[in-house]
Write a protein that binds this ligand. Structure first.
Ligand code: SF4
Length: 483
């Protein structure tokens, strides 16, 4: 079983696999170094980034995430407003205070080595850290950032960290797939949320679980607030203009305007806004919750804000049950397919988030467990085949708008499910299996390498459909110029 604490991690943008994961890996490496050596003897440290981490690592701040991890910062607690200050001594003066205790020389150009053409066989998101001491002894470890901030080694010896606590503890209601989950709900007359909570309570007490869910919801709301204030362009070189602030002001103005209040689809504009706000914050390196990844971090908060602002019966308990239901669906997807864009394309990120949010909202609509899994199935089915093709390797285009589309789709999936009785031709498990198979068939250039799709076609202003005004400079993504 995967804990909801793993599914919803409080962290830093712009990417769970390419930013948070490498930062976690750097922390795990420091722990390993401490077990085998004295930190004080280290003279030099080299970071090797492979495959997708190298192809799109600059755009995803993989390099600086590794440095921050080596400095001793944790993704869930770092002050995202001072990242530049923390990085300045390293990038300007070549001084890296390893784990905030041992100063070494770190030359960015030499000590971070990019291998965009070399993807390690175990997983496309591989990275190695190698230390050498005064005697020339070396110590090296390779990690894999497998999506959603999860990090592992080939022998799974270093999976857990102090953010993510994956537990193999015995749970009262174990389930591996949607069918097993539904059978449990029926046999025990429990909701999906009840099942997930009971399983979580085998690891932690209810107060701890609820406190964490409340914190997750707080971070999501703060993220939307921050996103609605953000001005200017997003970092990375594409000069993508932040839009949430202007849209927020437009919507506030329209609320005051009598003729616009009758717009029946006004709620959709707000849902779009919430998602844009989160994903602009994420692209800006702000504080976000993986839900289940950073790239898809806007969908669940957007649907929850929709619940908060458009449901008369909104309650904090409703938010908790939504998140528990969504987490149950996320664990099934992660165990049976993937939530990583580098493994299965965007269907694994935005598709998974859409599916999770649809199930959560279906629960809040008072639907049965089978209607909830129907909503989840609709959410994933209509994202099948969705490729990952971030322009310039940045989690901006198409990612930001894609979250808005995913949030609206999740709401529609829940509403569609509410019109049925839970019976559906394609089961959730079949949709997830299809997602996995589709991901396996998908060419690598559509899996977070920024070497296909929009990442190629929207770059060239001569090509049809290109909005050249949105792309002024592309200097990011080491693999990108080879396209
Ligand atoms: S296209 Fe989708 S999977 Fe790829 S980086 Fe953007 S949100 Fe993530």
């Amino acid at each position: 079983m995967i804990s909801l604490f793993d599914m919803f991690k409080i962290g830093i943008g712009p990417s769970s696999s390419h930013t948070m994961g490498p930062m976690v890996a750097a922390g795990l490496f420091l722990d390993e170094v401490r077990q085998h050596h004295h930190l004080q003897h280290i003279k030099r440290i080299q970071v090797d980034l492979y495959g997708s981490l190298a192809s799109t690592g600059k755009g995803h701040a993989t390099d600086t995430a590794c440095i921050l991890g080596l400095l001793g910062f944790k993704a869930h607690s770092i002050d995202t407003n001072h990242v530049d200050d923390y990085l300045a001594p390293v990038l300007n003066d070549q001084q890296l205070l390893l784990n905030n205790e041992h100063l070494i020389r770190f030359e960015y150009d030499q000590d971070i080595v990019w291998h965009p053409q070399n993807s390690l066989p175990f997983h496309p998101n591989g990275l190695s850290f190698t230390t050498s001491d005064n005697q020339g002894n070396e110590f090296s470890q390779t990690y894999y950032s497998i999506g959603g901030g999860f990090v592992t080694t080939e022998d799974a010896s270093a999976e857990a960290d102090d953010v993510a606590i994956t537990s193999d503890s015995h749970v009262p209601y174990p389930f591996k797939n949607g069918n097993e989950l539904l059978a449990l709900c029926e046999a025990h007359q429990m909701s999906i949320s009840d099942i997930m909570l009971a399983n979580e309570m085998s690891i932690r007490d209810k107060d701890t679980i609820y406190n964490y869910l409340d914190e997750v919801w707080e971070v999501m709301q703060q993220c939307v607030k921050n996103g609605c204030k953000g001005k200017g362009v997003l970092p990375g070189g594409l000069k993508v203009k932040r839009r949430a602030k202007d849209i927020y002001q437009q919507l506030l103005d329209e609320l005051e305007s009598p003729q616009k209040v009758t717009d029946k689809l006004m709620a959709m504009d707000w849902v779009d806004l919430y998602a844009l706000a989160v994903n602009e914050e994420n692209a800006n390196g702000g504080r976000v919750v993986t839900a289940p990844t950073n790239g898809a971090a806007g969908i669940i908060p957007a649907v929850l804000h929709y619940y908060r602002d458009f449901f008369p019966n909104y309650s904090l308990q409703g938010v908790r049950e939504f998140l528990l239901t969504a987490a149950a669906i996320g664990t099934i997807i992660k165990q049976n397919a993937s939530i990583s864009g580098a493994e299965v394309g965007c269907q694994g990120e935005v598709g998974s988030a859409c599916s999770m949010a649809a199930a959560g909202l279906a629960h809040l609509l008072g639907l049965s467990p089978s209607q909830c899994t129907n909503a989840a199935e609709i959410g994933i089915e209509h994202n099948l085949g969705l490729t990952c093709d971030p322009i310039g390797g940045l989690v901006q285009i198409p990612c930001i708008e894609r979250n808005a589309m995913g949030a609206v789709k999740a709401i529609n999936a829940a509403r569609l499910a509410s019109r049925g009785d839970g019976e559906h031709h394609v089961s959730l498990d079949k949709a997830i299996a299809t997602m996995k198979a589709t991901g396996a068939d998908m060419m690598d250039k559509y899996k977070e390498t920024a070497m296909g799709g929009l990442a190629v076609h929207a770059y060239n202003p001569q090509q049809a459909g290109t909005d050249a005004s949105r792309i002024e400079v592309v200097e990011v993504g080491v693999g990108y110029p080879q396209c």
